[in-house]
Design a protein around this ligand. Structure first.
Ligand SMILES: O=c1ccn([C@@H]2O[C@H](COP(=O)(O)OP(=O)(O)O[C@H]3O[C@H](CO)[C@@H](O)[C@H](O)[C@H]3O)[C@@H](O)[C@H]2O)c(=O)[nH]1
Ligand SMILES: O=P(O)(O)OC[C@H]1O[C@](O)(CO)[C@@H](O)[C@@H]1O
Length: 699
């Protein structure tokens, strides 16, 4: 596979990279270089294409710079030898597009182009289309969210937003790191289509030789008592990172002021009045806040740092039992939180954007509203003051970080590229339709998942759909993770959304189903009616969909919700599952109704549908299907389903249970040999993954 990344902004070179050297030399470069390295290590032939400039020394002039075996950096010459900030690149795009065409002619075309930031997508668009090369687009940071977060406005930002929209319209796939990017930030754009958005999670690079002594030396001149635990922040000096607020937080909380130091590493500066206006404003605000609160001797603001200082700072902060803080007004993803995890350093981060995903998965700290100055400070102080919490967060970082590797990113990326190069064949009218839940039903046993994939590949007369509580992007991410085949159709968000295949294999929303659900669905009145019901706690904003509202709550809360809706004369279905999840759905929604609708859409008679599931929110679908299989590992929530003809309780677990059910319920169809389920092939441990992917305690 030949993969070409294109990233034009910032000072991109083979490592070591001076992040923060300019305001565009940040996370996207760390991402691209780590991705390219991991892809090359898996045998891909990788090129990273960037812009050539000659006024920052020789490091950015070579047309072809080797990077690691299998990956190199290629530079486009647009005729202007100056470094240009991303806003100024706009005028150079036509010349860069010409240089890119010439480069493809010279170097040969890759299989896939991955454009980072919308300007790169604009540069590659014509050449890629002419050659039929699929383009993946990654935004890294989106203008609409930036506009909302910091209130920035003006023609430059509006043109960037238009460019981002054009990138989404022409991309074959959009790759993003966080759920917030996939399901909220990107979806604010008119051209965003959920069917082409994929969540591929970046990795945590292991740190080999961090030297805490370097960091101690860097900050020593600023600090009266360097032995205090530090509150550390590392971020580009731009407004949305909200760094001056961190000084306010530090000043407001007596425990921090008296017991800690604050270390803010924000780019490289020549002086306080040089550099871009935004940077100058950030430094002035930082110094003004330090002065206002008389924090001299307790705050370090190093003027410059070397690339090796960054891992050293994380290691030093962990050694001193400090905390990493990211108070950004919006953080699309948050690579710095992964860097902190690599060092075993607990974090407190903004609750806006990607950090919720990261901290949810790694468990190495907490998220909080960055505009609640006292509350955010209290979270930091809470970690510093409580050795048990600090130890637990640090241990979680060390334990969980191994799951996040760039190799895994590269494997997911390769699977995505394969999918783009061999689009999903649109099935002719299938004879049978399998509608299966995902978590715990298809997932849970890798070998069984592989047997299921084999069955799927050999049985073209079956249509295959999944029915899950997850969103579309999350269900695709988990299927990819388990090397399970992409289905022909997706029923997602507990049967409140359906995606079908277009003729070219792309996934498109079933608008007719959406209209059908809108009949009798009054979202705002439901929200108002359920707002004050005791025992209901709203789930994350990202779980609230156009036609699904979700709360946490026990059975009593679910009953109270029912009463509140009845009293208000509102129609809705309430699905209570896993003991603590409450989904409120349109009267026409839910997995069973969506399954029946899908059968009609695909021209499959209802009696030819076979449903498979393992938990409470599969119950309606399993009851409604003529043929249904309950996998061997199913939860107690399905115990009440009475035996009936066509209902098979499998002995085998997970995907093997599905195959056993297919075999039992449709004799004569070829299935691979199946092992009976045992505790040994079931995931063990203290947590299980519920239907929408969240981890809950096993019962
Ligand atoms: O003075 C500095 C400032 C930053 N960094 C490094 O630069 C990178 C910055 O990355 P990040 O904080 O994630 O932010 P952005 O530069 O804003 O990157 C964008 O792109 C990243 C990759 O997609 C996402 O994680 C971010 O949310 C998104 O804002 C990290 O490696 C930092 O350690 C430094 O070394 N020195
Ligand atoms: O803060 P903004 O304007 O969204 O800037 C985004 C910048 O940050 C990065 O994501 C960091 O490297 C770049 O892609 C881009 O130059």
């Amino acid at each position: 596979m030949r993969v070409m990344h294109v990233a034009l902004g910032g000072c991109l070179k083979a490592p070591p990279v001076s992040y923060g050297l300019t305001e565009d030399t940040g996370g996207h470069i760390a991402y691209v270089l780590a991705a390219a390295r991991a892809q090359a290590a898996r045998g891909a032939e990788v090129a990273v294409v960037t812009r050539r400039f000659a006024d920052h020394g020789h490091a950015y002039t070579a047309q072809d710079e080797p990077f690691v075996p299998g990956a190199r950096i290629l530079r486009l010459d647009d005729g202007d030898p100056r470094y240009l900030a991303k806003e100024a690149l706009e005028q150079r795009l036509p010349m860069l597009a010409g240089a890119f065409e010439a480069m493809l002619d010279r170097e040969g075309a890759p299989d896939v182009i991955h454009a980072h930031f919308a300007d790169a997508a604009a540069v590659v668009r014509k050449a890629a289309a002419a050659r039929g090369i699929p383009v993946i687009y990654t935004a890294h940071s989106l203008g609409i969210d930036k506009r909302e977060a910091i209130g920035e406005a003006g023609p430059v930002l509006e043109r960037r937003i238009a460019q981002e929209d054009a990138a989404m319209a022409s991309a074959a796939a959009i790759v993003a790191s966080s759920r917030d990017e996939c399901e909220r930030q990107l979806m604010l754009y008119p051209s965003a289509r959920e069917g082409i958005i994929h969540r591929v999670v970046p990795g945590i690079a292991p740190v080999a030789d961090a030297d805490p002594g370097r960091a101690a030396a860097l900050v020593a001149p600023f600090l009266r008592d360097p032995s205090r635990p530090p509150v550390l922040a590392i971020a580009r000096p731009v407004a949305k990172k909200n760094l001056p607020a961190l000084v306010e937080m530090f000043a407001t909380d007596e425990r921090l002021r008296k017991g800690a130091n604050l270390v803010i590493v924000a780019g490289l500066r020549d002086g306080l009045d040089t550099g871009p206006e935004e940077q100058v404003d950030v430094y002035r605000a930082l110094l003004a806040a330090v002065d206002r609160h008389d924090l001299w001797g307790r705050v370090a603001l190093p003027k410059r740092h070397e690339p090796a200082d960054v891992p050293a700072l994380y290691a030093w902060a962990a050694e001193r039992r400090g905390v990493f803080a990211n108070p950004a007004l919006t953080e699309p993803f948050g690579l710095t939180l992964l860097e902190a995890a690599a060092a075993g350093l607990p974090v407190v981060a903004t609750d806006r954007g990607g950090p919720r995903d990261i901290i949810g998965a790694l468990g190495h700290g907490t998220c909080h509203d960055p505009e609640d100055v006292a509350g955010f400070a209290a979270r930091i102080a809470g970690l510093l003051d409580d050795p048990a919490s600090w130890d637990a967060a640090a241990a979680a970082a060390r334990h969980n970080r191994i799951r996040w590797s760039w190799d895994r990113y590269a494997a997911d990326h390769a699977a995505l590229c394969e999918g783009l190069l061999t689009p999903h064949a649109v099935p002719a009218r299938p004879r049978h339709l399998l509608v299966s839940d995902v978590d715990g039903t298809l997932t849970g046993d890798r070998a069984a998942a592989a047997r299921f994939a084999g069955w799927r590949a050999g049985n073209g007369d079956w249509g295959f759909a999944v029915a899950t509580g997850r969103s579309l992007t999350e269900s695709r991410a988990v299927l990819r993770r388990w090397a399970l085949p992409e289905p022909d159709a997706f029923i997602t968000a507990v049967g409140s959304e359906i995606h079908l295949r277009a003729e070219d294999g792309r996934l498109i929303p079933d608008e007719a189903f959406a209209r059908h659900l809108d009949d009798g669905w009054d979202r705002s009145s439901l929200l108002a009616a359920l707002g004050g019901v005791p025992g209901l706690t709203p789930q994350d904003p990202v779980e609230q969909r156009a036609r699904k509202l979700s709360w946490f709550g026990d059975a009593a809360a679910a009953r109270a919700a029912r009463t509140a809706l009845d009293d208000a004369g509102l129609r809705a279905r309430i699905v209570h599952s896993h003991g603590n999840l409450i989904d409120v759905l349109p009267p026409n929604g839910g997995k069973a109704r969506a399954m029946r609708w899908l059968g009609r859409r695909l021209g499959v008679p209802q009696r030819a549908i076979l449903a498979a599931g393992d938990s409470g929110n599969d119950a309606d679908m399993l009851s409604a299907a003529h043929r249904a299989v309950i996998v061997g590992n199913a939860s107690e929530e399905l115990a009440h389903l009475a035996p009936r003809r066509g209902l098979h309780r499998a002995q085998a677990y997970h995907a093997d249970g599905v195959l056993e059910g297919i075999d039992a319920l449709s004799r004569g169809l070829p299935v691979p040999s199946i092992r009976a389920g045992t505790a040994a092939n079931t995931p063990s441990g203290a947590t299980v993954v519920r239907d929408d992917g969240a981890r809950i305690a096993a019962r």
